[in-house]
Structure formats: structure tokens, C-alpha cells
Design a protein around this ligand. Sequence first.
Ligand code: NAP
Length: 267
Amino acid sequence: MVRVAIMGAGGRMGKTLIQAVSESTQVTLAAGIVEPNSSLVGVDLGELAGIGKNAIQVTDSLEKVVNDFDLLIDFTTPAVTLANADFCAVNGKAMVIGTTGLSDSDKAVLAAAAEKVPVVFAPNMSVGVNVCFRLLALAAAALGDDYDVEIVEAHHRHKVDAPSGTALGMGEVVAKALGRNLKDVAVYGREGHTGARKPETIGFATMRVGDVVGDHTVVFGNEGERVEITHKASSRMTFAKGAVRAASWLESKSAGLYDMQDVLNLK
Ligand code: NAP
């Protein structure tokens, strides 16, 4: 069984991942890492996640547990994830990365690490969302250029990046299916006298409210009809279960950069 370490074990996703990995029959929980000097160092990992003691103590460095794990699941911040990618590449550890907000140059660092070890990187690990990506590609290709495309997303008040990585991912899928480059056609919010909508644009609107786990709707609109493809996450467990599925899938894979479409065989 793949021995899994969880980065950012004290975070919202970290705790959910501890639970999901503990419940899995495909992978086994080996370590949990928190920030250096965190008050959580030494705490029981199972207790931290509220699932009862499991006799694994929280640590504050990957070096200290380097011999205990095969794969790192990382849902933290871009800076932390990039440092971990270097560590994993050097030490031969596979990675499942869910961190969002990475720049193009950050992604290039991940791609370099993935030349040495297998990496699954996905802005949204939910199986349902990844099925939506496939549906969006089909819908965009069939509906074509006559339909306006707008993407609306809502997340909880603590989320620090916008639009969400998932909304951007949806935009990229639609743009690619329509033969456009998202960077050229994206419009992030509108205010004031904006003029009429330019047909090729893909608009994004963001809500940050309460405890919303993650809602995404892509609207394709033409005169006479609208098509809406919506996904609503009701619990972080959907992302954690997807990450566990990716971790298990990676066991037999060689070095390379994969996404959830690969994991779910949707390509
Ligand atoms: P969070 O609660 O803020 O968790 C991030 C954790 O990382 C915190 O516990 C933080 O510790 C920890 N951390 C920061 N620096 C660290 C370091 N040097 N070493 C070890 N741990 C460190 O945020 P979250 O809601 O769990 O989300 C985390 C990331 O996952 C975000 O980028 C989010 O957008 C993304 N996400 C992705 C998906 C997906 O499916 N791909 C789903 C949900 C969320 P402190 O609190 O001590 O700073």
C-alpha cells in the first residue's frame, strides 16, 4: 500500500485528507506535516482530524519523515508546494497537489519536478467536477461561437484567490474547445460603462460568502435559450476522496505530470 504523508495537516483540507486517507483501503496514512514552530507539532494526527488517536505524531519537516512515506498530498500554498516539489523530486516521492493560485512560472517548476517523479496536479480533485470538465468541452464544441459563455463561482469567506482555480480550469476547457486562448478573452468582473458584450469573451463572476464549499456554473447563452452546467460541492470530503483516488492511481505510474482527467480516464 502507498504510504501517504499530508502537508498542511492542520488546515481545512489537511484534516479532511487525514480522515479520507484513514478510511481508504488503497493507501495508508504515514505522516502529517505542519509549519515549523507550529503548536501542533507532536499532536496525535488522528486526534487533530477528530477521528480518534492513531499514534502518528504531527511533525514540522519532510526531512524528519523522509523514510516513512512514498507519496505527499499537498493542499497548502504555492510557495510551500513549490518547495515540496523540489524535495519530492530529489527524494523520489510521488505527489498529489491540490494547491490553487499557482502562476505559470510556478507550474513550470511542477513540470520540472514531474520529469523525475509522478505528479497529479488538479485545481479541483472532485470526481464530479472533472466529469463537468468533460461535459463542458462537449457542450462548447457543439454549441460553438454563437453562444456567450459566462462562469459564475461562489466560495467561503476564507478563500484567498479569485476566480477559483476550478473556474479558471473550466474557462480553459471551454476556450480550448472553441479555439480561443483564455488569456486573450477572459473578462474578470464588470463595472461601469462597459459597452456591449464582445462575442468572443468569457466572463467570470465571483462570490465570497459564508461557508460555501464550492459552487460553479458555466452558462452558454444565445437568443432563445441558455444551457447551464452546474456543480455544487457540499463537503470538502469530495476533494479529499478524489485526492486519495489520485494517490492510489499513481502507484503504478512513472514520472510525469498528470491531472484528474488522466486519473478518471476521461481523455
Ligand atoms: P488552509 O485551511 O489555510 O490550509 C493550508 C494549510 O497549509 C494551513 O494549515 C497552513 O498552516 C499550512 N501551511 C502553511 N505553510 C506551511 C508550511 N511551511 N509547512 C506546512 N504547512 C503549511 O486552506 P485550505 O482551505 O485547506 O486550502 C489549501 C489549498 O488547497 C488552497 O490553495 C485551496 O485553494 C486548495 N484547495 C484545492 C482543492 C482541490 O480540489 N484541488 C480543494 C479545496 C482546496 P497554518 O494555518 O499554520 O499557516
